[in-house]
Write a protein that binds this ligand. Structure first.
Ligand code: FE2
Ligand code: FE2
Length: 171
C-alpha cells in the first residue's frame, strides 16, 4: 500500500489529482483478498473523509468566488461526497473482510467513488485551470493540504467519526 500521501502544497489541481490516483490504487488493493484489507480500508477512510471535507470547506468556495464552477456543481459534488461516505461506512461495517458481503459493498464504494472522481476532474478541476490564476491555485493547494492534514491528525477516518459524518449528511 502506498503510504498516505503527506500534505504538501502546490497547485491545488495537482494536489487533488494525486489523492484521486491514490484512491484508485487503494480500491485496487482492496479487491485483492490476500491483502490486509482492514489496514488499507482504514487508510482509505482517513484520506477520503479528509479530502472531501477539505474540498468542501476550502476549495469549492474559492472556485465558486472565481466563477470557475456554479452553485449547482458544488451541490452536486457535495451530494456525491455524501453517497461515497455512505458506501464507505457500509463497507467499514462489514466485519469479515474475506466475505462476499465485503466484496459487494466494495463494488458499491468503487462505483460511487470512481464516478465522482471522473465528474470532479471534468467539471470542477478542468474549469479551474483556465479560470483561476496559478497564484491562487498554488495558495489554495497549501490551504487544502493544511486542512486535510488537520483532519487526518484529528482521526477523521475512525468509524465513529464516519458514522457521525454520514448521520449529519442525512439530516
Ligand atoms: Fe476530489
Ligand atoms: Fe470530491
Amino acid at each position: 500500500m502506498p503510504k498516505i500521501l503527506p500534505a504538501t502544497g502546490g497547485d491545488v489541481v495537482e494536489v487533488i489529482l494525486a489523492d484521486h490516483r491514490w484512491f484508485e490504487e487503494a480500491l485496487r488493493e482492496l479487491r485483492d483478498v490476500r491483502g490486509d484489507r482492514a489496514a488499507v480500508l482504514a487508510d482509505l477512510a482517513t484520506v477520503l473523509i479528509a479530502h472531501a471535507e477539505a474540498e468542501e470547506s476550502k476549495v469549492y468556495p474559492t472556485l465558486r468566488r472565481k466563477d470557475a464552477i456554479d452553485a449547482d456543481e458544488v451541490e452536486h459534488s457535495e451530494h456525491e461526497h455524501a453517497e461515497g461516505n455512505e458506501a464507505l461506512l457500509d463497507l467499514m461495517e462489514v466485519a469479515d473482510t474475506g466475505s462476499e458481503e465485503f466484496s459487494s459493498k466494495l463494488h458499491e464504494l468503487s462505483e460511487a467513488l470512481t464516478h465522482h472522481l471522473d465528474e470532479e476532474e471534468r467539471d470542477v478541476l478542468n474549469p479551474a485551470r483556465p479560470d483561476v490564476t496559478q497564484d491562487v491555485r498554488d495558495k489554495l493547494g497549501g490551504t487544502f493540504a493544511a486542512e486535510r492534514a488537520r483532519l487526518i491528525d484529528a482521526g477523521c477516518g475512525s468509524i465513529e467519526n464516519v458514522r457521525k459524518v454520514v448521520a449529519s449528511e442525512q439530516s
